[in-house]
Design a protein around this ligand. Structure first.
Ligand code: PMP
Length: 371
């Protein structure tokens, strides 16, 4: 089986040696008495300091009090939805969007509305219509290399979303686990960075070390205005007291080791190579059957079947041929699943470049069987 279904970082592109070394340094450097003790809910001060210095330095006034460490960005999202949305308010998501964000909203019983999107991101005319006609607490977006589409929200759209948030008084929850995974093109400022430069405090920025250091350590972070962050700390306290001290320290010692930049460059070469291998194979074997995007970063190609074929039907045949992917309908709210019927998410992060060709040949055989 060749899987284009997962969204995991490739273990071959992780700096396992560097992480092992960071772990050993922490074990030998940290005071034995505190090593296995409880710690602060907000997170380890050394890691929060590094995050504010390295990732939030665009914000002049930022310091460690503006950073909350979370157990992955998944927890950051859950906390953000809870504090940003008051009873009776809804959250607007883009169609399609990150499946597990929909699950958080569903389980929390938070009402959701959705807006369509295009190459430049969420459709703001639809957002504005919803904000005019109902109480919107937050708009949730994945602006950089979105899961599932791989799209990047355009700069002007980011600015206009911030302006709308000020006009209608909603928060923007910026979910940004993939921002560091750019392998070509020009980096854009995050929505949080833009919002701060425009004097807006409406953005809750949720980020993670999962995709560019290690997902298993479960370390992410959130930055937002102080009152929201305080509410999130109280809520996190009730969830897990704090994120694993050992995990946080492995991350901070790894960042301090100075190995991140070189390894990230290497990893980006690896992802770029895999993306092109998959896109080139699709182009030469399935042009006319599947149209697809060529992203500038992240882990996903977004494919659209040209024939009137359901991606879920194709998946059954593809599995028999030995290749897996995720049908697009999975990423839509229940009432809009039909919109994704002929779409598919193809992940290149987990394969080797050499597997791209065989994966596409298997897809081609599955499509042939459909006639
Ligand atoms: N947001 C998005 C868009 C994701 O794709 C993921 C991981 N699949 C997450 C959040 C959660 O990642 P983590 O909790 O590992 O940081």
């Amino acid at each position: 089986m060749i899987s284009l279904a997962g969204g995991m970082p490739n273990s071959d592109l992780m700096d396992i040696e560097g992480l092992d070394a960071a772990c050993r340094t922490w074990l030998s450097d940290s005071p034995a008495k505190s090593r296995y003790q409880y710690s602060l809910t907000e997170g380890e001060p050394s890691l929060r300091q590094m995050i504010s210095d390295r990732f939030l330095s665009y914000d002049q006034g930022v310091d460690i009090d503006d950073v909350l460490i979370t157990t992955g960005s998944q927890q950051g999202l859950e906390l953000a939805f809870h504090v940003a949305v008051a009873p009776g308010e809804k959250v607007i998501v883009e169609r399609p969007t990150y499946l597990a964000a929909l699950q958080i909203l569903d389980i929390a019983g938070i009402e959701m509305a959705s807006a369509g999107g295009d190459e430049d991101g969420i459709a703001l005319d639809e957002v504005e219509d919803l904000a005019r006609s109902s109480k919107v607490g937050a708009v949730y977006v994945v602006p950089d290399f979105a899961n599932p589409t791989g799209r990047v929200m355009a700069l002007e759209r980011r600015r206009a979303l911030i302006e709308l948030s000020e006009k209608y008084g909603f928060y923007i929850i910026e979910d940004n686990p993939y921002g560091k995974l750019r392998f070509s093109g020009q980096e854009l400022p995050t929505i949080h960075q833009l919002a701060r430069s425009m004097g807006s405090h409406n953005c809750i920025h949720v980020a993670s070390f999962s995709k560019f250091i290690s997902p298993g350590l479960r370390v992410g972070w959130v930055t937002a205005e102080p009152s929201l962050l305080r509410d999130m700390v109280i809520m996190k306290q009730s969830k897990d007291l704090h994120t694993s001290t050992m995990s946080q320290n492995i991350v901070s010692h790894y960042l301090a080791s100075g190995r991140l930049e070189a390894n990230l460059d290497k990893a980006m070469q690896g992802y770029r190579q895999r993306m092109h291998a998959l896109a080139d194979a699709l182009n030469s074997e399935l042009a006319g059957s599947i149209s697809f995007t060529r992203p500038e970063g992240g882990m996903f190609l977004w494919g659209t079947l040209e024939q009137d074929v359901e991606a879920s039907t194709l998946l059954q045949l593809a599995l028999e041929e030995g290749v897996a992917f995720v049908p697009g309908a999975e990423f839509y709210p229940a009432e809009a699943r039909y919109e994704g019927a002929n779409q598919m998410r193809l992940s290149y992060s987990g394969i080797t470049p050499e597997q791209a060709g065989p994966a596409v040949m298997r897809l081609k055989s599955a499509l042939r069987k459909l006639g």
